[in-house]
Design a protein around this ligand. Structure first.
Ligand code: DGL
Length: 287
C-alpha cells in the first residue's frame, strides 16, 4: 500500500463483506480499500433494527475518522435497515462524505431504474414488465421490506418473494459441514417453491450466501439465474468513481480491521474465503 492518505471504506458485520471486497478489489485493483468487519457484534441479522442502525453508524463513523470519504455498506442487513436513514438524516451533517449500499446496484439491475431518481414510481416504463424475483436474506433484511419496497417502487409489475434464512449466517460462520448447509438451503428453497414456482431471477441478498452458492444452485430450479451482487456492486462502484473521480483513492492495497479479536478472526476468514487475511484491531470508539 502506498503512503497516500485515505481509502475507500468497506463495512460489513463480519466476514460476509469479504465476498464483496474481493469483487471490488478485482474490478478496481488500483484503488486503496479499508475493510472494517464488526465481528464483535455479528451476526447483525439477530439484532433489533435500532441496534443495527447504531452499530452501522458507528462503523461508518470510524471509517470516516480513518480518512475514508466514501464507504460501501457491504452488508445487506446493515444497508436494508440503515442506508436510507443514514443518507437522509445523518450524512447531511457530514459534507464531502458518501455512503453506498450493497443492495442498490441489485435493485437497479433488476428494474433498470436508477436509485438516485426522484419519484421512481413515475418512471415506470409503459410496458410495465412483470417478473418474479426471489430474494434470500437474513430475517432482519426481510423484515425491513427494503428489497420488495425498492423493487416495486421502480417496477410495480414485479412480484417479490423474500425468504428469511434464519441460522444460515451462523452456520456458515461456524464452519458447519457442507451436508448440513445443503439441508438448510434446501429447506429455504422449499419455502420459496411454495410461494413462487418459477422465479425469473434469484438474489442471494446476504453477503455470506455466495459462500453456499453451490448449495443454492443445486436446490433451485435449473433455469433460475442467480444474480451476483458482488459483481454488480463492483461494476456500480467503477461507474460511480468515473462520475465522481474526487472519491477515487489510487494506490492499491487493502487493510483489514475488525472490532473482534484479530487472532481469532484472521484464520476463520482465511478458511471461509480460501485466501489469507491479516486482520488488525479496529481500535477504540466502536460499540
Ligand atoms: N452478511 C450480512 C448480510 O449481507 C449478514 C450477516 C449478519 O447477519 O451479520 O446481510
Amino acid at each position: 500500500m502506498s503512503d497516500q492518505a485515505g481509502a475507500i471504506g468497506v463495512f460489513d458485520s463480519g466476514h460476509g463483506g469479504l465476498t464483496v471486497w474481493r469483487a471490488l478489489q478485482t474490478r478496481l485493483p488500483e484503488q486503496r480499500f479499508l475493510y472494517l468487519g464488526d465481528h464483535a457484534n455479528a451476526p447483525y441479522g439477530e439484532h433489533r433494527p435500532e441496534e443495527i442502525l447504531a452499530m452501522t453508524r458507528a462503523g461508518v463513523e470510524r471509517l470516516f475518522e480513518l480518512d475514508c470519504r466514501l464507504v460501501v455498506l457491504a452488508c445487506n442487513t446493515a444497508a436494508a435497515v440503515a442506508l436510507r436513514r443514514l443518507q437522509e438524516d445523518w450524512l447531511p451533517g457530514r459534507p464531502g462524505r458518501r455512503i453506498l449500499g450493497i443492495f442498490v446496484p441489485t435493485v437497479e439491475a433488476l428494474t433498470g431504474v436508477a436509485w438516485a431518481v426522484d419519484h421512481p414510481e413515475r418512471q415506470v416504463r409503459p410496458e410495465d414488465p412483470r417478473r418474479g424475483i426471489a430474494v434470500f436474506a437474513t430475517t432482519r433484511t426481510v423484515e425491513s421490506g427494503a428489497y420488495g419496497r425498492e423493487i416495486r417502487r421502480r417496477a410495480p409489475g414485479f412480484t417479490v418473494a423474500e425468504v428469511a434464512c434464519p441460522g444460515l449466517v451462523a452456520a456458515i460462520e461456524g464452519g458447519a459441514p457442507a451436508e448440513e448447509l445443503a439441508g438448510m438451503v434446501s429447506g429455504f428453497c422449499r419455502t420459496l417453491a411454495q410461494r413462487m414456482a418459477a422465479p425469473e431471477a434469484v438474489v442471494l441478498g446476504c453477503t455470506h450466501f455466495p459462500l453456499v452458492a453451490a448449495q443454492f444452485r443445486a436446490a433451485l430450479p435449473e433455469n433460475a439465474p442467480i444474480l451476483s451482487q458482488a459483481a454488480l456492486s463492483a461494476e456500480s462502484l467503477a461507474g460511480y468513481l468515473l462520475r465522481h473521480p474526487e472519491f477515487a483513492v489510487p494506490g492499491g492495497g487493502t487493510r483489514f480491521l475488525t472490532t473482534g479479536d484479530p487472532r481469532r478472526i484472521a484464520p476463520r476468514a482465511s478458511a471461509l474465503l480460501g485466501e489469507s487475511f491479516a486482520f488488525e484491531a479496529a481500535g477504540a470508539g466502536l460499540p
